[in-house]
Design a protein around this ligand. Structure first.
Ligand code: FES
Length: 59
């Protein structure tokens, strides 16, 4: 599913960026471009980041 139409980034693209260490919408934008243009997808990006955090094993 596309989450960022400006750069054509899918949720998989964003998940990959988060898995590689991006933990803010700004870092996701730096990693894959999503959220770096109009900004309308940033709320979705933050939801993906938050969801991935929930699934991380406890430290
Ligand atoms: S839809 Fe993602 S920056 Fe515009």
């Amino acid at each position: 599913m596309y989450v960022c139409l400006c750069v054509g980034a899918t949720n998989q693209t964003v998940c990959d960026a988060v898995a590689r260490g991006a933990s803010t919408s700004k870092e996701v934008a730096e990693a894959c471009g999503a959220g770096g243009d109009c900004g309308r997808c940033r709320r979705t990006l933050r939801a993906i980041i938050a969801a991935s955090r929930d699934f991380e094993p406890a430290q």
